[in-house]
Design a protein around this ligand. Structure first.
Ligand code: VG1
Ligand code: CO
Length: 549
């Protein structure tokens, strides 16, 4: 029986000129997204940039933050009006970012819409976000996000149908006009993928051993249901291993950002009197991870290097890894592993979208960012839970602790002491001036002596994608002191208020006897150099960074 299409309504939009996607989608205050036509305007801009959308299926879900449900109902109505053939929606409107990537790839969907502002706080006064992922399961490449922005600036109307709210809390098949909607369990497909990569039997033996304990902090965000199913149900970890496991629209009033400052309960336990053997946290949308051992913090850059060095211990990578990639500000710890293994190591701009081509082209197996993001060719997003399982699989095979693994790693490859200083929500114009001033100083910097260090390279990082030859300019100011040390300055592309300056510091120590020092003492001279180069205090109006990771 032919289904009568619903009448399509064309609604005039007042026009918006601020819908430029940042490092990972469009992020704004919830109140901005709640303004009449704002969300619709952006969604129409996405649809208009997908010429072969007609009749295709999209995956749709979010991290459950405030406004997630309303946004899903709106997108359903707009998808129906724009000729979308089918929608695959996580029950309750929930899907982690890696799960969206997994579903797009598994089902061959045309793409997906992720509703999340990741680690940014949620709730009525927090942030909301939306991003589009393409057919490989990964974030839209820059040429598409640029096109979406351009479209948003000229768009004057959007299309929508009138239909009642759909029940998204019951699994099953439904319809809006001719468009088919499947409400699916958000966890099943993702968990099944994890079982194909890791040795679940071995991990189960580890996590159920009497002398092993762990704490997984999902920070009241989307990873809760995934972690409960995988760690507690499938791997037999004690009930309660996953803490803050119920996704809340306001993340319990916290920043769902897995670092030592924001994952407070976990940090207290891991650095307390009787710490668990393994600790980990994930962010709002489930793509980030923090890994901890008893009184031991693994920097994300080190984590990537250690995974690369131990990859063959994991069934999914037993055949070896073909190459690795890291975002530019990520420490060069993984470069040392790649060099030893004689595999290529790519340096990309910040943001997961830049790994997509390298993964699709089979040039890399593992990749990561200093911002608590790690993943592999199993999908096209960073993947928090995957990283936790990877570490557990390594621990299960090697039978030693996290600190021992890292210390051994440093002895072999050297230790990259690393810290990132964030100056959040500072004056945007002043932040721009700071970067401009640094840029102007670049030509004079090479060869100059700063304290104990000689500048071997100073530039404004530009990336030429080796697969499609696209170029991305102004990706951060690098001041490199040979292999010894490096300082990087860049402005965040995910904030929603003012500007956020990020300053990244790294220093290599190859002498084993000096690898157990206090990181901030080791980096102190670099902090002073950065201040002298960029006059951070003057420009930011701050004596101290607001966040150190
Ligand atoms: C930050 C991180 C970057 C990450 C991005 C999205 O971007 O630095 O490495 O890819 O967030 O992660 P920026 O432009 O603010 O530095 V998520 O988990 O927020 O989607
Ligand atoms: Co995230």
């Amino acid at each position: 029986m032919a289904i009568e299409p619903l009448p399509i309504r064309t609604v005039e939009s007042p026009g918006f000129d601020d819908q430029r996607p940042g490092t990972s989608g469009l992020r704004k205050r919830v109140t901005v997204f709640q303004a009449p036509h704002y969300l619709e305007h952006f969604v129409q801009s996405i649809f208009d940039c997908l010429p072969d959308l007609n009749g295709k299926t999209l995956v749709l879900g979010g991290d459950g933050r405030f406004f997630n449900r309303e946004a899903i109902q709106t997108i359903i109505r707009m998808a129906a009006a724009n000729g979308v053939g089918g929608l695959l929606i996580g029950c309750g409107g929930l899907l982690s970012t890696p799960a969206v990537s997994c579903l797009i790839r598994k089902t061959g969907a045309h793409g997906g819409i992720v509703l999340s502002a990741s680690h940014n706080p949620g709730g009525p006064d927090g942030d909301f976000g939306i991003k589009y992922n393409v057919g490989n399961g990964g974030p839209a490449p820059e040429r598409l996000t640029d096109a979406i922005f351009a479209r948003s600036r000229e768009l004057s109307a959007y299309r929508i149908v009138d239909s009642p709210d759909l029940d998204i809390d019951r699994q099953g098949v439904d319809r809006v006009g001719a468009m088919e909607i499947r409400i699916i369990d958000p966890v099943t497909d993702y968990a099944a993928l994890m079982e194909t990569i890791f040795d679940f039997d071995r991990i189960r033996d580890l996590v159920t051993a009497p002398d092993f304990s762990m704490m997984i902090d999902t920070m009241h965000a989307i990873t809760g249901p995934y972690a409960r199913e995988i760690f507690e149900n499938r791997l037999g970890a004690a009930p309660g291993t996953v803490i803050n496991a119920i996704p809340k629209p306001d993340f319990g009033g916290q920043h769902p950002d897995p670092n030592l400052t924001h994952a407070r309960a976990l940090a207290a336990a891991m650095f307390g009197p009787s710490p668990p053997s393994f600790g980990a946290a994930s962010d709002g949308d489930g793509d980030r991870n923090m890994i901890l051992g008893p009184r031991f913090f693994v920097t994300p850059s080190d984590s990537l290097a250690a995974l690369a060095a131990n990859a063959e211990l994991v069934p999914g990578y037993a055949a070896g890894i073909v190459g690795v990639a890291r975002s530019m500000p990520t420490s060069r710890a993984v470069d040392a592993v790649a060099q030893r293994r004689k595999i290529p190591c790519y340096e990309t701009p910040t943001g997961w979208k830049f790994f997509g081509n390298l993964l699709d082209d089979g040039r890399i197996s593992l990749c990561g960012e200093e911002s608590f993001g790690t993943s592999s060719d199993h999908l096209r997003e960073k993947d928090g839970l995957w990283a936790m399982l990877f570490w557990l699989n390594i621990l299960a095979v090697r039978g030693i602790g996290i600190a021992e693994i890292m210390r051994e790693h440093w002895r072999e490859f050297g230790r990259c002491y690393y810290a990132r200083h964030d100056y959040e929500s500072i004056d945007a114009a002043a932040a721009g001036r700071l970067i401009e001033r640094l840029r102007a100083r670049i030509p004079a910097l090479a060869g100059s002596q700063l304290g104990d260090f000689t500048v071997t390279l100073a530039d404004d990082f530009c990336y030429a994608d080796p697969v499609d030859n696209s170029r991305s300019e102004h990706q951060g100011i690098r001041v490199v002191f040979g292999d010894d040390a490096r300082i990087v300055f860049r402005l965040s592309g995910t904030g929603t208020a003012g500007a956020t300056l990020r300053v990244y510091y790294e220093r290599l120590e190859v002498r084993p006897q000096n690898q157990d020092e206090d990181v901030h003492r080791v980096l102190a001279q670099l902090y002073a150099i950065a201040e002298s180069l960029a006059a951070i205090r003057e420009h930011s109006g701050r004596d101290q960074p607001s966040l150190i990771t």
